[in-house]
Design a protein around this ligand. Structure first.
Ligand SMILES: C[S@@+](CC[C@H](N)C(=O)[O-])C[C@H]1O[C@@H](n2cnc3c(N)ncnc32)[C@H](O)[C@@H]1O
Length: 157
C-alpha cells in the first residue's frame, strides 16, 4: 500500500524547535505539466500541480510596509492564498528551475531593499538573480558544483 506523507507538520515542528513560528502559507498553482505523462492514464492519484509555500517568522516585532506592493498587487496576490504562476516546463539549465515570477513575489512581499535573501538549495540561482535585481543582498548555497557554476554565470550576466 502506498501512502502520502504530509510534510507541513514536520516543518512546523522543526521550526518551533529553533524558535520560529508558522505565520502564513500560500499555494503555488503550477500548470499541469504532467498531463501528457504515462501516469495520467494509469493512476487516479492527483498529479503534483501545486506546491506549498510556508512562511515562518521569528518572534518579535516585524513591520510590514504596505508600500512594498502596489494596491493592485496587494489585491491580485499580496493578500491572496493561491498564486497561479506557470511553471517552467522545459529548459536546458535545471530540471527543477522555478519561474522568476515566483521568486519575485516572495521576495517583494516579505523583504525590503538591503535585506538579505538566502536560498539554501539555490540550484540554477533563480532566487539570487531576482534578489540581486530587486536590490537585496543575496546568498545561495548549492551542493552541486555544476549548478554553482551555472548560478554564478547567470548572476554575472
Ligand atoms: C529544487 S532544486 C532548486 C532549483 C532552483 N529553485 C532553481 O530555480 O534553479 C534543489 C537544489 O538543491 C540542491 N541540493 C540538494 N541537497 C542539498 C544540500 N544538502 N545542500 C545544498 N544544496 C542541495 C540540489 O542539487 C538542487 O539543485
Amino acid at each position: 500500500m502506498t501512502k502520502v506523507q504530509l510534510v507541513g507538520s514536520f516543518l512546523q515542528q522543526w521550526a518551533e524547535e529553533v524558535g520560529m513560528y508558522l505565520y502564513d502559507r500560500r499555494i503555488w498553482v503550477k500548470d499541469p505539466c504532467w498531463e501528457n505523462s504515462k501516469w495520467h492514464s494509469s493512476s487516479y492519484r492527483a498529479v503534483d500541480e501545486f506546491e506549498y509555500i510556508y512562511i515562518f517568522w521569528k518572534p518579535g516585532i516585524t513591520k510590514v510596509k504596505r508600500s512594498r506592493l502596489s494596491c493592485e498587487e496587494w489585491a491580485a496576490w499580496g493578500s491572496r492564498g493561491v498564486w497561479n504562476i506557470p511553471s517552467i516546463r522545459r529548459n536546458d539549465r535545471h530540471e527543477a528551475e522555478f519561474p522568476e515570477a515566483l521568486a519575485d513575489r516572495v521576495i517583494r512581499l516579505l523583504s525590503d531593499s538591503d535585506d538579505l535573501v538566502i536560498d539554501p538549495f539555490c540550484g540554477s540561482g533563480t532566487t539570487c538573480v531576482v534578489a540581486k535585481r530587486l536590490g537585496r543582498f543575496w546568498c545561495g548555497i548549492e551542493l552541486s558544483e555544476h549548478y554553482c557554476k551555472l548560478a554564478r554565470r547567470r548572476l554575472n550576466e
